[in-house]
Each structure stands twice: as C-alpha cells, then as structure tokens.
Design a protein around this ligand. Sequence first.
Ligand code: SF4
Length: 686
Amino acid sequence: MLDQVFRPCAIGGLTVPHRIVMGAMHLNLETLDDGGAALAAFYTERVRGGAGLIVTGGSAVDPAGSGGPGYGVLDDEKHRSALRLAARAVHDAGGLIALQLFHAGRYALPGTPGTDGAAPLAPSAVYSRFSRTVPRAMTVEQITGTVAAFARGAEGAYELGFDAVEVMGSEGYLINQFTAPLTNRRDDAWGGDAGRRRRFPVEVLRAVRAAVGPGFPVLFRMSGADLVADGTPWEETAALAVELAGAGADALAVGVGWHESPVPTVQAQVPAGTWAVYAQRVKRALRAADHGTVPVIASNRFNRLAQAEEVLAGGDVDLVAMARPFLADPAIVDKSRTGSSASVDLCIACNEACIDRSFGTERVSCLVNPRAGHEREFPARPSPAPRGRYAVIGAGLAGLEAARTLARLGHKVEVYEAADEPGGQFRLAARVPGKADFAATVRQREQELGHLNVPVYLGHRIGARDVPVLRTMDGVVLATGVRPHRPDLPGIDLPHVSDYARAFADPGALGPRVAIIGGGGIATDLAHLLTSGSSPALTPEEFLASRAMTAPPEAVPMSRTTAAPAGGSRQLTVMRRSGRIGTGIGPSTRWVVMEELRARGVRLLTDVTYEEITRDGVVVVETGGERRLVAADHVVLATGQESRREVAAVLHRAGVPFETAGGAADARSLNAVRATAQGLRAAHRI
Ligand code: SF4
C-alpha cells in the first residue's frame, strides 16, 4: 500500500499529483545539437510513466557557473530553445516541470564554456579537490551580479513555460559554498559570521521571488548536511531553513553531501533511506519556527516507492525526490501504483552510466535501462516491421536485454542458457553485501520475459543438435558471456587454487588466509564478500554510526571509523601486476570500495610479478626485486575473462544471421553498462 505516496501535495500554487518528485539530473542531453529533441523525449517518457513534478538538471544562470562543457547556460538562445521544447513536451504529456537554477562556483570544471580558461568563482580562494583548482574569490560586484543572474534565470524559466524553479543551494555548489565556513572565509557583508554566511542564499531567494512574483512556485534545494570538515554547522542549517521559509520558499528540498565529502552518499554501499533523517530535522526546525506548512522534500538514496512511503508515513517529510530511479525505470511510479513493484527496473546505485558520465560529456544513460537518454533512437513501441522469430543464446545481462527488447518490439523470442540460472556474471555481484538489488535486476528480467511469453530454456547448451531449430530463426543474438581466464603460472593446478566464479559460489569453502590474484572490480567485490563473513548489509543507523554520525552536530572525522564487520576475520591479500587496484570501477565508487577494503584490513599489493603458486601461497617478486611469499590457504584467480564464442561455429553451420553482444563480443574489462547497451543495440540491428 502506498497511501502516503499517492496523495496530492501543494507547492505554492502548484498541485503535485503525488509525493514523488523526479529530482534534478544532469544528462548531457542539454546541449546536444538537436534543438532539445532528446531532452524532450527523455522527460516525456517519464511523464508517461507517472512522473508528477520533474526538476530539470541544473541550468547555469551565468556562464561562469556552468558545471562543465555539457551544461546549458540560460543566456544561450540554443539552450533556451531546448528548454522551451522540453517544457512544452512535458505539458503536452500532462506533467509539471521546474527549471533548476544553478551555479557551480568552485565546482566549475576545466573546459567550462564562458570562463575563457579563468579559474572558477567562489566566495573565497579555497582549493577544490573536485575541480582541482583554486577559485577566484568573488568581488562584491560579482556577488551582486550573480544574485541578479539568479533572478534573471527565474524570469527566463517563467517565460520559457516552466511551472516552477528550483534554486540549487546544496551539494557543495556556489550557494552552499557561501554557507560553509570551509569555503567562505570572507569578512565582509557576505561572510564572517553565521548571519553573513547565510546572506547570499537568502538574497538569491528574495531576488528570485521578486522577479517572478508571489504566484510562481520557488523551490530551494538546501544542504541538510555538507559532510565535510568545517561544513555548515547544524544550527546554521536550521536557521537557514527558517530564513528561506520566511523569505518565500514554497518548498525546501534537502540534499546531503558534497563532491569532496569523505562520506559516500549515493553509492550502493549506502543503505537506502539513510539521509531522510536530515530532511526530517529541517522539517522539525521549520515547525519550531512556525513555518511547518512549508513542504520539505527528502532526497538521496531512495530506489523504491515503498521506502518513500515509510518516510512519508513518519510525518516529518512531505515529498521524496528520486532521480536515478527514473533513469532505471521511467515508469517506476505507475508500476508501483498498480501494485507491480516487482516489475520495476530498480536503480542499483552503480553510478556507472549516470553520475560517472555526468562529470564528462558522454550522454548519461543507465546500466539497467540502456534506452535511457536514447529514447528517440530506440522507441519502446512494437516495431512496424514484419515480426520475426529470434533466439537469444545466453541469459546474462546482455542476452536478457536483447531478449526483452526483441519481445517488446513484437517478435517471438526464445532464450537458451547453458547454466541453471539466468544472470551470468551479474549474479556474482549480487552476493556482495550491499548489492542485493543486483539480484532484483535478474528477477525483474525473468518476470518481464514471462509476461512477454518468452521461454527461457535453462541448462541448455547449444550444440549441433540445435541446428535444425536455429535454421528456422530469422536471427540470433549470441550472448554467451565469458569464462574466467587461467594464466600460465607454475602451480596453477594445485588443489587450493580456484577461479573467482567458484569462490563466489562457495566463499565458506575458503580458508582463513586467501590471496586473490588480480585487482579489478571482480577481485574487489570478492574481497568485500570474503571479509563480510555472514553479516548482512548495514542498516541506515549502523551506516551513520560507522561514521560517528549518530546525532547532529556530526562528529569529525567522518571517515570510516569501524573496522571489519563481525565475521570478517579473514586475512586477505589482493594483488595486481600493474595499475591500481580497483581500476575499472567508476570514479564515484572506487574510493568507497578502496576505503572499505582498507578498513577491513585487506592487504593490497601492486606492481608485483607472480613467480609461482605453492602449497603455502603465492611467491611474488616486488618492484625492488625482493622475492617473498604471500601466505595463503587458498588462492583465487581473478585474472580477467575470455569470451565464450564456441556457439558461433554452430550458428555459421546453421547459416543463421547473428549479432554478438556482451562478454562474448568483448571480454576485456567486463563492463555491465556496455553489455546491456550491446544487448539493446543487437536486438535493434538483427
Ligand atoms: Fe542507477 Fe546504475 Fe542506472 Fe545510474 S546507471 S541510474 S546508478 S542503475
């Protein structure tokens, strides 16, 4: 039951049909040379799937405030046209859309248009690890000019047909830089004490309100907790919320964390719903100051509407913003509304095709929904072309994506899988604590294929006997995946050596000392699993406690404060011949993975040459030429993969056209984002 979720809510004069807001996401569609068509199609599909109020990705109010080369700037007519088209498309589909007014401040990345190579602007010249620059401290004229730019941006949003604006004041961007002592070292009218640090956000809101008048809804996204040392203290956060409400904010959305935070906020390792507590505190502060009628929106790390329901039922939050879950499934709202939440493509918080790409210029998409951002290229409706009969060989992620795409296009499809379960390599990751949602992806595919009447033949290894059937097909997608690579190493056949797939299947069979040869994402996942013992994923409370964040004000430091979880007593070594451990994991996640492994006492060795495996462990030679034994009861090989392509010969014999996708096409650095995208493309091409 989602009774709390499916109640309308007023934000200023706007009636939002339910309590889920589609939160802002920068998509790298904003400045494409297509007049806004891709952006409009992206939003339209979400409205058709039940999104009520959509907040756009940030549009810079000033060229100097652009987040990077793919960001739109509001004084650029091309970007304005794209926004106009997007707003119109959302309205035509029956939705509501707010424009996010944005200024990156010291987070403006190199290459930001409009800066002419100059350092970004910020309250003070404090180095940013994120943009790797020392910004320029703003002059008073630049500050007042930026306040005016926000006001102009709001007027522009009104003229472009938007229903509301959201002022971006959290996540460490310019406005948030003014509120935090860390980045505001001024001693003038715009900094120096709590009141003067709050002045910039409040002036921005007043200017925006004055520009659009009383009837146009203005949301303000504020930071509930900066999660950086010397960030905005809680008392100042609460006071800011009260002042913003007094200055005419129609709703406060509460974000958490900066790009420079030592605390992960949106990674899979963070339990869902962890950050709602900060929105709840803001609401209580508003109530205590007689501003309790101003709606508060919780955000960050929700991926199911049931979690939103729970938080809303608590009574201290009015709406919940979700962003990535709308990438993963444009219809998450409608599917949940009709009670079929098991059919939702869940966001698994991998960040690989979304957040990691948003820092560059590549189009944002989604690992579990490769159509995201490509809605025009790959329409969801059945193909007008003649219907055919297709086989998909392999039920890993690539094969499952190909199968459901072909079936959605209206074709008859059959899936053949040699293993007894679908999911391929993805199933392995699902065993890692904190990654249980990976299994939900596979279950969702099974359910969807069932609804689409696609038979999945498990335990069926395609061979010569299948040639007559394959000859009847119009085409085949070959997605037979990979097998672990076995390096040529003395001792490789010893009984205590196994490949990573066997280790994942039965981690309890491994002894107290384990050496993993190989240091990519599979090795780090396995290391995590092997040091977790039987402990389940953390609860939000346990996660916060592990960072000494049980109550405001947050204790500093906020880095990992607890050691290995109960049961994680294994002595583990992960080694790699060259390069960094965890190469291949996206930048938004790798540091979290590495921090966790270090907290668990995992020994990390790089730049070693493997000499041999013995009964006592692995003999390695380090860069300096020192030879030593890495003692281990078991040795696990995570040394890459090889494509399984034997079935290609059968297909050639059958004379059936085929497309290859996933690991069968390319086993180098296994990549689930690439696998699903290839599955989608193969299905459209065949
Ligand atoms: Fe979620 Fe990963 Fe998709 Fe991003 S790429 S929306 S994190 S599933």
